[in-house]
Write a protein that binds this ligand. Structure first.
Ligand SMILES: [Zn+2]
Length: 867
């Protein structure tokens, strides 16, 4: 390889320009990590830009934008030679990651020429400030050090640092900290989410990739740079171990390669050793966090990256905390007592805990990772290519061999978005060029095929199959290790798409596979009005929302109708008007093929209008509210955010048609206090934000309902409407109980546990709430609430819209004693006076990752008035 020679020829003495690099202390006016001191995102990036200008060892590359429009970067830090040679090194990364057929000689040459790329993404959770605050110190130290060892590490390693993963959140949190600094309320939590939409849930977005910042980060390891090692830097609570390093606790994701787990252990154990050597106490591993669901950037472990997490004990942003020794405790899995143990050899004894202490751990762990990557450079690079080869080989020798997603689907918009998502994940997609029968299934020309014989095999398998939780126990015959988080994420299931897992390898079938390059787009460019959009497609609702706002006439079919050669179900949208250019732009956005130039005369239609929607969002890091905003923005559905403490002064009847309550605790909604009714407690928010709707605000809501308003509520917020309710209208006082109860508590006492699984629900057909829905669907369910109805009195009524079947309940994920939910209601329609309430026991839009149930929410917005 001639390139090797060229590279060797570039070896040059280190430039002494490093001395002109401004120190963090001089730049920021304080040493990062000092008590009470924080810089914001712009200051952080500007400092890195300064180093970029001053040093040939650091290069900033823009990778995208945050949801609020801030530029995001990777800072590449390495030897001058490596930085100059980044393009070539990136090519080598790509070959090692994606090329399964290198000869031994080729592999050896690439390993020799290649470098280990270590990706670090910092402070995605914005209150976990220390990793980003440490970044300038780490960068400065790396490029100015005289330590020959560190210099040597940087010849082997390219350290890729995303100085902050969540720029919007960083600025919100730093600004909030400064606002209260020096006051009684120093350290008060930020009211709202620390992100445009999703706040702390941003580490739950790496399968669905809904957010711009998530996509920017995911592209680094899926499409652009193929680092071999990745670490995501976090903080946790204040009273446990000081620093968590890999590996995690059981259970682990079963599709991830065996050797990859061992590699995480190598890096983690070296961190434990190096930090202990520096005298830093309180480091532990194999505890608290399991790796069953590698959320966050750890999804890259399904893409063959040695992908890890560190977690430091928190202070109050930059305000030190004093921890009494008696307050220190073991919690979660893996450490039963806060005592010296093999996975926690040097317990921290308590006392003052400062931002600067965390910064020391961040610096120490970073240098340790770089050192390990350097010492084991050749092994790591070889492992990456061996693993690529191994995964491709498994895809040829172990079933399943292919996932096929038929082109013919009830919801075309979800098919198109799934295809785009898989491409964004770096998966190779194919289309079937002829009809073929395999495993007894008739596959059709045009179907999308994901063969498993590709480097990201583990990822494809993980997201295309249904999940089965790996049951493990703490000891033989001992307690089971219960799930830490959700247990289902199957993309086709959660999207309501049909897909086939094919367990037979067939070379003739493979001859029919044509690479799908570019975007999968089966839509024509020209359609004519009037157009009919099928109720089965989520995109049709988007088309209706846009058309209504653009002033077009939008109606729904009152009965099943044949148009343009196809049958359209009840509730399908008919759009009429004169502007065909507008129609065609709507089709593009809706990702849905409409019936074109349909004959509408004689077809029974019901016109719809755009409801005026209020979306209730609390100040309490309301991620579910944020996800709902995200969904509505994506579907072009206008809404007004209203906080519970604004209820009293709001004239609901005049201003709104629909009030939406995402999942939030009743105590928070009513009183602005977390906890449960009767045992609510004060939180870390400024008192201005510890306010709820109060009795008066809630009565206004009930009056709005009684007068014909609509309320949509899911999850915990449904508790608002259970039990004795009271309306005072002038002199008139009315007490009533809506005809339902939440029976989840009893079921849980009897052992029900569903931590977040895909559960079967039977759907009431031919109801305006279920237009476009199949007779049976999966819902994303977490075991509560669970409804029972009763015979209503007076001016009330109820219908069960969704009910759990009597067996075969769990489709994907974990369930324990799940028979407790059999035949119980999961979704209700209630009437009180002229008003309507729709209650969901599940989140219909859970983390914008359950499109199969979006229609149950969208239909509620178009509910016709009660007779
Ligand atoms: Zn975190």
């Amino acid at each position: 390889m001639s390139i090797l020679l060229v590279v060797c020829g570039l070896l040059a003495p280190k430039a002494s320009a490093q001395s002109s690099v401004v120190t963090p202390e001089k730049y920021f006016g304080f040493i990062p990590g000092s008590d009470y001191m924080l810089f914001n995102y712009e200051e952080l990036i500007n400092y890195f830009m300064e180093i970029d200008k001053a040093s040939p060892m650091l290069k900033m590359i823009e990778i995208g934008q945050s949801p609020m429009g801030k530029k995001m970067y990777i800072a590449f830090i390495s030897s001058e030679k490596n930085i100059k040679n980044l393009d070539r090194l990136r090519e080598i990364n790509k070959v090692l990651a994606l090329e399964p057929d290198l000869t031994a000689k080729e592999q050896a040459d690439y390993i020799k020429e290649g470098r280990v790329f270590v990706l670090a993404t910092l402070s995605m959770h914005s209150t976990e400030v220390a990793p980003s605050q440490s970044a300038p110190l780490i960068a400065h130290e790396l490029i100015t050090t005289d330590d020959p060892l560190v210099k040597r590490y940087l010849e082997d390693v390219v350290y890729m640092i995303v100085p902050n993963h969540n720029p919007d959140g960083m600025d919100l949190v730093v600004e909030n900290y400064k606002k209260y600094k020096g006051t009684q309320y120093e350290g008060a939590s930020l009211p709202g989410v620390y992100h445009k939409y999703v706040g702390h849930d941003n580490n739950r977005d790496f399968v669905s990739l809904t957010q711009e910042d998530t996509r920017a980060i995911s592209r680094i390891y899926s499409l652009d740079w193929f680092p071999q090692v990745a670490v995501e830097k976090h903080q946790m609570g204040s009273t446990g171990i000081r620093y968590f390093v890999p590996p995690s606790h059981d259970p682990i994701a079963e599709n991830v390669d065996a050797e990859l787990w061992a590699w995480m252990g190598v890096f983690g154990t070296n961190m434990l050793r190096d930090l202990t050597n520096e005298g830093l106490a309180g480091v532990g591993q194999k505890q608290i966090f399991d790796d069953y669901w590698p959320g966050g950037t750890s999804t890259s472990s399904w893409k063959n990256v040695i992908s890890m997490l560190t977690e430091a004990a928190s202070v109050k942003e930059a305000t030190p905390l004093y921890i009494e020794p008696g307050e220190l405790q073991a919690s979660g899995k893996g450490l039963a007592e806060y005592e010296k143990s093999v996975s926690f050899p040097l317990p921290w004894k308590g006392g003052w805990w400062r931002l600067g202490d965390i910064v020391k751990l961040e610096i120490g762990s970073t240098f340790s990772i770089i050192k390990t990557a350097s010492l084991l450079k050749n092994d790591i690079l070889k492992f990456r290519n061996d693993l690529c080869r191994r995964e491709v080989e498994k895809g040829k020798t172990e079933p399943p061999y292919y996932y096929v997603v038929p082109a013919e689907q009830a919801d075309q918009s979800e098919l198109i978005s799934l295809a785009a998502l898989m491409t964004e994940h770096g998966v190779n997609s194919f289309r079937l060029s002829g009809n073929y029968t395999l495993d007894g299934i008739n596959l059709k020309e045009g179907d999308i095929v994901y063969p498993l014989a590709q480097p990201f095999r583990a990822f494809i398998k993980e997201v295309m199959e249904k999940q089965e939780f790996p049951v493990r126990h703490y000891s033989t015959g001992g307690a089971m290790i219960r799930p830490y988080d959700i247990t289902s994420w199957s993309l086709p299931l959660h999207r309501g798409l049909l897909s086939h897992e094919i367990k037979t390898r067939d070379l003739d079938f493979e001859k029919l596979l044509q690479p799908l390059t570019g975007t999968y787009n089966p839509l024509a460019s020209e359609y004519k009005l009037p157009a009919v959009f099928p109720a089965t497609s989520n995109g049709s609702f988007k088309a209706a929302f846009i058309a209504l706002q653009k002033g077009l006439r939008v109606s729904r079919l009152s009965k099943e109708t044949k148009a343009d050669g196809k049958v359209y179900g009840r509730g399908s949208f008919v759009i009429q008007g004169g502007d065909e250019a507008l129609l065609n732009s709507i089709v593009k956005e809706s990702l849905t093929t409409p019936g074109s130039a349909v004959q509408v005369s004689g077809i029974p239609l019901t016109d719809v209008t755009m409801p005026r929607v209020a979306l209730v969002e609390t100040y309490f890091s309301d991620m579910d509210g944020g996800w709902t905003r995200y969904l509505f923005d994506t579907y072009k559905l206008p809404y007004t955010v209203i906080h519970p403490d604004e209820f009293e002064k709001t004239d609901f009847t005049k201003e709104y048609d629909v009030i939406i309550f995402p999942s939030s605790g009743k105590a928070v909604l009513m009183n602005g206090k977390p906890g449960t009714e009767g045992s609510a407690y004060m939180s870390n928010y400024h008192p201005d934000y510890q306010k709820g709707m109060g009795k008066k605000g809630f009565e206004k809501l009930l009056l709005f309902i009684n007068n014909g308003g609509r309320v949509i509520s899911w999850g915990q917020s449904t508790d608002l409407f259970a039990g004795m309710l009271e309306i005072t209208d002038g002199e008139k006082k009315e007490e009533f109980v809506l005809p339902f109860t939440n029976i989840a508590e009893q079921a849980q006492k009897e052992g029900l546990l569903i931590p977040g699984s895909w559960v079967r629900m039977t759907v009431k057909q031919d109801h305006p709430l279920t237009y476009g829905m199949p007779a049976e669907t999966g819902i994303f369910y977490r075991g509560q609430p669970l409804f029972a109805t009763s015979v209503p009195r007076f001016d009330m009524d109820r219908r069960v819209i969704g009910v759990f079947p009597d067996d075969d309940l769990i489709i994907s994920g974990f369930g324990e004693n799940e028979e407790k939910i059999a035949d119980k209601a999961a979704m209700l329609w209630l009437r009180k006076g002229k008003g309507q309430i729709v209650l969901y026991g599940f989140n219909p839009q859970f983390r914008a990752s359950t499109p199969a149930t979006y229609k149950l929410l969208f239909n509620a917005l178009f509910l016709p008035p009660v007779e």
